[in-house]
Design a protein around this ligand. Structure first.
Ligand code: ADP
Ligand code: ZN
Ligand code: ZN
Length: 712
């Protein structure tokens, strides 16, 4: 049942349905006073407890299991591993309409074709039946989609009635006319050789290649091989914005059977793609995180693009990692898995070094020019104009004079993160969170980025009445405005989540970038995600210093990935790129490693640090979070949970601590970190305690996060 309870429920099955009711079939049942849709997970007709008063199933919805045994097993594995109620996991695996009991019917696009009778009729049809003849002749060379057969509905109906034409389902798995394949470079050829297996069965490869090194081309070759072997494939991407581009590129090469699956699609579009994958007519599904739960008739390959991306981890509710589940799924199915990235996660690098994955590298770009070097810009003591140093501005001037494009990266949206009273030092703060309000000038609002609270920008300081309120620090909006003032004739645009409220806004912006209608793009980490800029020769990183003091142990890994990915956008079209990174910490050892030895050097240094500190991937973590309006409750709950965990073997249970941001959206938050050298010890401990935590909760909202992506 789709409820947050760590158990299943038993119902009586009326005899008429015993044949249909198998695991994976949906049922409608009374649950409390509601009617809910659930999925049968265990074969019925087991022992009946005569002392219990069972309710009867209302209806059995499917004739055949909607979820196959592979998917039920995957959901069960995920529920156990992430300690999340199985009913909610299964609900997460079903697209919206199917979750709510809709019939699982594939709406097939129909095609029209001539019958044998129609062919005969056409031969004998008198010439003056011109309209009929034309309609039939249009089908003489093969079936046509409705849109390609422009015939009036009345005539269509008449021809159908006479049995001269018929409808057939369009074969969505049609293969495309084989386009010319680019000849692989020597490096690609070598990498492809490594990806290809000597024997069938599970094999995982970490494909590490700088941006533009031709990873996608290699995915395409492996996808083609899977399809040729009669198998289907799943391609995971971190971001919705990447699915249309990649789907299009895959379609051109692999045919119409390539379908998308992501949250930007309507419920029915998602449902149709899901069903097509399940029945085997979709050859490839390109999707975001939740696509890891799409069922396949004959899955043969999973590709996880940009495998390091944090968005593969769901950050609320059922907190799973789609990347990690991809590994599990491929392993259970005994199939091929490719994890691709220019900046692999430390987890995957560690797995590769331990021999669990093959480590396949592409070190050169396809189009010869070397990846850009990053230069540190020491901004200490410099006069900054809205956060931009003179050297960066000079580089921008030169870039725009050449008619090239530039990109400025700053990981903060809004105008300024702080609004300060110059007279008394007051700073605008959120009343619900331990956080400052961010100034958004365009909307003339102060907004809390943690709970969404908004207010008007005050004209006077609420504390002293002073009128000199100054924005401190910068966000994308401020940089955009500063540049718009400096370069009035150039087109400056901003790309961040505030900007992307409208549908298709991103596609429109990126199209403008590709068509070179935009000269400077200012944006957040959205910029790092695999978009093509044809004429980009300068990348400016306004600051990455925040990460150097970040409380999270992954902060520098993330920073290194972001900086490398953003830098990788530069100089793609045959010209070397320039990358400038502003910092107040030019001597920081890890920043120096990044600049001098690239991400590879940084990741090696970070892995050594993690090993010394026994942090992941050299140990395993789970984070128990708790929050309540009453300040004392979360700590009380976590201390009680800790008492349960302490006697269990193989664990290190830390003291409960207030969360990094202790108050958010009116709730006081705290957390308990549980660490184990062995995954199995952690799993056993969580299995023994988490399902019973509700007994301790008493008004506390809590959640368990296995392999947390951040520790806030
Ligand atoms: P990545 O996925 O590593 O960023 P892509 O596969 O997208 O790299 O390749 C980068 C660019 O080079 C693309 O425009 C692609 O079409 C082109 N490309 C890739 N492989 C070849 C090749 N062997 N010959 C010519 N062009 C190629
Ligand atoms: Zn004041
Ligand atoms: Zn807030």
């Amino acid at each position: 049942m789709p409820v947050p309870l760590y158990r299943g429920f038993d119902y009586l099955l009326p005899p008429a349905w015993t044949a249909k009711a198998r695991p994976g079939v949906r049922v409608r049942v009374a649950f409390g006073r509601r009617k809910l849709h659930g999925v049968i997970v265990r074969a019925p007709f087991e022992r009946i407890d005569t002392a219990q008063d069972y309710r009867a199933v209302d209806a059995v919805l499917d004739d055949a299991p909607l979820l196959g045994s592979e998917l039920i097993a995957l959901c069960t594995w995920a529920a156990d591993y992430y300690r999340h109620p199985l009913g909610e996991v299964i609900a997460a695996a079903l697209p919206g309409s199917l979750k709510h009991g809709a019939a699982a019917v594939i709406a097939r696009p129909l095609r029209w074709q001539l019958t044998a009778a129609g062919r005969a009729a056409l031969a004998g049809l008198p010439a003056h039946h011109r309209v009929q003849r034309a309609a039939l002749e249009a089908l003489r060379d093969g079936a046509r989609a409705a849109g390609e057969w422009p015939v009036a509905p009345a005539l269509r109906a008449r021809l159908l009635e006479r049995g001269w034409v018929e409808t057939v389902a369009a074969d969505s798995a049609r293969t495309a006319t084989a386009p010319d394949l680019p000849a692989l470079t020597a490096a690609q050829q070598a990498a492809l050789g490594e990806l290809e297996a000597s024997s069938p069965g599970f094999r995982a490869s970490l494909l590490e290649g700088v941006t533009g090194s031709g990873k996608t081309e290699l995915y395409l070759r492996r996808l083609r091989a899977a399809l040729d072997a009669g198998q289907q494939a799943l391609v995971l991407v971190p971001e919705i914005s990447l699915t249309p581009q990649l789907t299009q590129r895959l379609r051109e090469r692999l045919g119409d059977g390539v379908l998308s699956f992501h949250s930007g699609m309507s419920d029915s579009e998602r449902e149709q793609a899901w069903l097509a994958a399940r029945e085997g007519t979709a050859s490839v599904i390109v999707g975001t995180r939740s696509a890891i739960f799409v069922p396949f008739a004959k899955l043969g390959l999973i590709v996880v693009d940009e495998e390091h991306d944090p968005s593969y981890k769901q950050q609320d509710g059922f907190r799973y990692s789609a990347r990690d589940l991809a590994v599990v799924r491929a392993q259970r199915l005994g199939i091929e898995l490719i994890l691709g990235s220019a900046t692999p996660s430390l987890e995957s690098l560690h797995n590769a070094q331990a021999g669990r994955y093959r480590h396949v590298r592409l070190t050169q770009r396809v189009h010869a020019q070397p990846p850009p070097r990053i230069r540190l810009l020491d901004v200490r003591g410099q006069t900054l104009a809205h956060g931009l140093a003179p050297l960066l501005l000079a580089a921008l001037d030169r870039c725009l004079e050449r008619g090239d494009q530039a990109l400025l990266f700053i990981n903060r949206r809004g105008y300024a993160p702080i609004l300060l009273c110059h007279a008394c030092g007051w700073r605008a703060a959120c009343t619900h969170c331990d956080a400052r309000l961010t100034l958004h000038r365009g909307r003339a609002r102060l907004i809390c980025h943690h709970c969404g609270t908004q207010q008007a920008v005050p004209a006077h300081c609420p504390s002293c009445g002073g009128t000199e309120l100054m924005p401190l620090g910068q966000g994308t909006e401020r940089i955009e405005q500063a540049l718009a003032n400096r370069y009035p004739r150039q087109r400056i645009e901003r790309l961040d989540s505030d900007r992307l409220g409208k549908r298709h806004e991103l596609e429109r912006l990126l199209e403008d970038v590709r068509a070179r209608r935009i000269d400077v793009l200012v944006g957040t980490q959205i910029l790092a995600k695999g978009h093509d800029f044809p004429n980009l020769s300068l990348v400016g990183i306004v600051s990455a210093d925040q990460a150097l003091y970040g409380a999270d142990f992954r902060a520098i890994e993330r920073m290194g990935q972001l900086v490398t990915q953003v830098a990788g956008r530069a100089g793609r079209a045959g010209q070397p790129g320039e990358v400038l990174l502003q910092t107040h910490e030019p001597e920081h050892p890890l920043l120096r490693v990044l600049v001098e030895h690239g991400y590879e050097g940084l990741s090696a240094a970070l892995l050594a640090e993690r090993r010394d500190a026994q942090l992941p991937p050299f140990s395993h973590l789970a984070l128990l979070r708790a929050e309540a309006r009453d300040a004392a409750q979360p700590m009380r709950f976590l201390h009680a949970a800790r008492e349960w965990l302490l006697p269990l073997p193989g664990l290190q249970v830390m003291e409960p601590m207030p969360s990094g941001m202790e108050r958010r959206a009116g709730f006081v938050r705290a957390q308990l970190l549980i660490q184990a050298a062995q995954r199995s010890a952690l799993q056993r401990a969580l299995a023994a305690t988490v399902p019973r935590l509700a007994e301790l909760a008493r008004g506390v909202r809590w959640s368990i996060d296995v392999d947390p992506a951040d520790l806030f």
